[in-house]
Write a protein that binds this ligand. Sequence first.
Ligand SMILES: C[S@@+](CC[C@H](N)C(=O)[O-])C[C@H]1O[C@@H](n2cnc3c(N)ncnc32)[C@H](O)[C@@H]1O
Length: 162
Amino acid sequence: MVADLGCGPGRDLAVFTHAGVAAVGVDLSEQMLRLAQAAGGRTVTGDIRRPPLRPAVFHGLWSSAALLHVPRPEVAGTLRAWRSLLRDGGVLSLSTSLGDREGWEAAPCRSDYPPSVPLRRWFVHHDRDELLNLIAQAGFALRTVQKEPRRMTWLQVRAVAA
Ligand SMILES: C[S@@+](CC[C@H](N)C(=O)[O-])C[C@H]1O[C@@H](n2cnc3c(N)ncnc32)[C@H](O)[C@@H]1O
């Protein structure tokens, strides 16, 4: 069982689902969840800071471009909440942005997003080493860490519930 935390319109959730992986997407936006459902995903409305999911049952957590909307003081608690969802040995796959800023930013709408998604969103960019420390402190053992420069610089982290 995999949870896609901050699944948005369900692009990745649909890949899991169509590949035969039992997966559930979590997002706060009902509009996003409607798109995710239309793409074939199973969804739950909820806050990724405290995902409304059963603890210790997930084999994997996938989160792409969602932790970057969690206010910095709440990131450590969010990562601990994520750890509690995983079975021992379960895998976290996280993609989030690098940098030192926190604040409102213009965010271009993607064609698969509903038109009402605001053009400015709250972004929290992370220092690589500080974020890796928070992930380790939340109870994960780091496996792979990769930087990917695009419009923003992304950090892709794979870590295992220790
Ligand atoms: C940039 S989108 C990424 C969506 C998807 N993971 C992807 O890669 O296409 C960020 C998503 O996180 C959701 N989100 C932001 N903060 C959230 C929170 N605290 N709880 C649940 N969802 C949240 C937004 O509604 C949005 O769908």
